[in-house]
Design a protein around this ligand. Structure first.
Ligand SMILES: *Cc1c(COP(=O)(O)O)cnc(C)c1O
Length: 597
């Protein structure tokens, strides 16, 4: 379809960019591959340096492929075949979703940064396997450094924090579940052993939530073997459960996990994978802002306690997948801290910051001017108080797939797979392999993040600037949508995700949802469109507190259980550029107008 170019207006002085913002343009290829020469030069340099390294390494070994081999017709024929296939492949990829373009505002990816791509390519050439130091000498070091940079961005004490890169947020969330369960079961085992020894009179929940202090007091008086006899997963969980049952005199029904109702589907997968059973998944209600209701969390913890169900973990989300909204991480942690202080119940808190964690780069130095609300800043600032966190550099880190990260605040909560080693020698085991869910792990995602951190910077002046601009771009997009003729209804946004629909006053939801579906098809990445968006469905059963007043604004007739919305992840660094011939936010709003008629 024809794309309408906007008439480029005179650049108003006041709208000219800050030179520091302009400088950040050097870190991306650019929508028209503006930085192509430079990028090509660096890539050629990378290849030259890599081949020269190989030649210098064992210069006396002699050549295995001679000039005459390379001249052989058969040799040349096979090479020519490869070249043909490469061209075919490049041609096929021309059908790929053009994520680099500001016209792509769909899912949580966009342009990848040049440092990230270069880090990726260099690692690809060396191909280290970060499973252990013997298969990766430099890769594992770079991974540690990249993790320290991420931990520092989030405000963790990087000397104590520990973690590793994963293939993404899903696996990082699994890693958290494994640790939370491990910790809980260990405390339970210590508790049971202490009861058996007549040292303590604890309830099941008191044991499962005893905290490291009590555990460290009890541990020296109990043998490791005695403790491990009661470790659920170290033996037969069904038999161990019976022992626990006989000691506490009540049926042991397993732990629960408390996750807000906007949960990412990885949590459901994880609960299944761990064999906790669907019933163990207790959801926490959302409030009128579409984020976790802390009061309901408190009630659910109490309910679990009353029913003798240990809380394996509480999850809060910093940047929800649907709306980019932030749970009140600080209030959740305050609640858990109070429980620890008043009742000595220590509950594991994981923050799923897969999407939103990188906003912490801005908050670090820039609370006032970051463009985020106070609530979001407080949530970001509280991540470091939690037990662990998930981050996805392959989302707002502008790093290529696959790159996720799992970080624990304290190294002792990192070790999950051995009963003895972790608690006897915290420093031991520099190899991550025994502790990671994944086995062989590429270092590419870690190195891409490393080079990005070294160049763009995970601070207010680097990522902070980029992300701040994405929030501004989202606001621009919102202004344009609000001023277009179609009656757009926009969910109040707090970061750079925008969700909206077009709805006429008094219209039934079914009509609105159908229109949204049509709009989505017009902007679907499955085909060629002037813009690409994603779509989400918010159900009243989960989002009711927010949706009822929202749809009430236009007196919608609630004839369906859900509201379908177009969802825009406004993260392309050039979406709101003043230099381009197209004013993307304005052009998008016009397209919405046109398609909603
Ligand atoms: C994206 C996302 C995940 C899952 O991450 P993947 O990298 O897709 O595996 C988990 N939680 C949240 C909140 C996310 O946004």
């Amino acid at each position: 379809m024809a794309l309408e170019p906007d008439i480029p207006g005179e650049l108003d002085e006041s709208r000219r960019c800050d030179p520091h913002d302009v400088a950040l343009k050097s870190f991306f290829l650019g929508p028209q591959s503006e930085n192509a020469d430079w990028f090509g030069e660096i890539l050629r340099g990378v290849v030259t340096s890599y081949v020269s390294w190989r030649r210098r390494k064992y210069p006396c070994d002699g050549r295995a492929i001679s000039d005459s081999d390379q001249r052989l017709p058969e040799f040349r024929r096979r090479r020519a075949e490869l070249v043909t296939e490469v061209h075919r492949l490049l041609h096929r990829f021309e059908e790929e979703v053009p994520k680099f373009s500001p016209r792509y505002v769909g899912h949580m990816f966009s342009e990848t940064s040049l440092p990230a791509m270069i880090g990726h390519v260099i690692t690809l050439l060396h191909n280290p396997n970060n499973v252990s130091g013997e298969s990766s000498r430099v890769g594992v070091e770079l991974e540690s450094e990249a993790l320290a940079a991420l931990a520092q961005m989030l405000g963790f004490d990087s000397a104590r924090a520990r973690g590793h890169f994963t293939s993404g947020g899903t696996v990082a969330n699994f890693e958290a579940m494994v640790r939370a369960r491990r910790r809980m079961e260990h405390w339970m085992a210590v508790g049971v052993a202490a009861i058996e020894e007549g040292m303590e009179a604890l309830s099941l929940c008191q044991a499962a939530h005893m905290g490291w202090e009590m555990r460290d007091d009890l541990h020296p008086h109990l043998g490791d073997e005695q403790i491990s006899a009661f470790e659920l997963s170290a033996h037969n969980p069904y038999e161990a459960a019976q022992v626990i049952q006989s000691i506490f005199g009540a049926t042991y029904r397993g732990p629960v996990i408390l996750v807000p109702d906007h949960k990412h589907y990885s949590w459901v997968k994880g609960a299944e994978l761990l064999g906790l059973g669907k019933e163990a998944f207790w959801s926490v209600k959302l409030d009128e802002r579409g984020v976790m209701c802390v009061e309901h969390l408190r009630e659910r913890i109490e309910e679990a306690h009353d029913k003798d169900r240990p809380v394996m973990m509480v999850v809060s989300v910093a940047g929800t997948t649907e709306l980019g909204a932030f749970d009140p991480v600080d209030e959740v942690q305050n609640l858990l801290d109070r429980l620890a202080r008043r009742k000595n119940l220590h509950v594991y808190h994981h923050v799923d910051a897969a999407y939103g964690g990188f906003f912490a780069a801005d908050v670090c130095g820039n609370w006032e001017s970051c463009g985020l609300t106070d609530g979001v800043c407080r949530a970001l600032g509280a991540i470091r108080r939690a037990n662990s966190v998930t981050l996805d550099p392959h989302k707002l880190g502008y790093v290529p797939y696959s790159s996720g990260a799992f970080i624990t605040a304290r190294s002792r909560e990192y070790f999950a797979n051995s009963v003895d080693a972790p608690y006897l020698d915290f420093e031991a085991g520099t190899d991550r392999g025994p502790q990671t869910i994944e086995g062989s792990r590429s270092a590419a995602g870690a190195v891409a993040t490393w080079l990005t951190a070294r160049t763009i910077g995970l601070d207010a002046d680097g990522y902070g600037r980029i992300l701040r601009r994405t929030v501004q771009a989202r606001k621009r997009m919102q202004d344009e949508l609000e001023s277009c003729k179609a009656p757009t209804r926009i969910i109040p946004a707090t970061s750079n995700v925008l969700a909206f629909c077009v709805a006429h006053d008094g219209e039934p939801l079914s009509v609105t949802n159908e229109r949204t579906q049509r709009l989505y098809e017009a902007f679907s990445p499955r085909q060629e469109s002037p813009f690409f968006v994603s779509r989400t469905r918010l159900r009243f059963s989960e989002y009711g507190a927010m949706l009822t007043p929202f749809t009430g604004q236009w007196d919608a007739e609630a004839d369906e259980e859900e509201l379908v919305l177009l969802r825009l992840c406004v993260m392309n660094p050039f979406l709101d550029s003043r230099e381009t011939d197209v004013d993307f936010p304005a052009a998008f709003a016009r397209a919405v107008d046109r398609y909603s008629r």
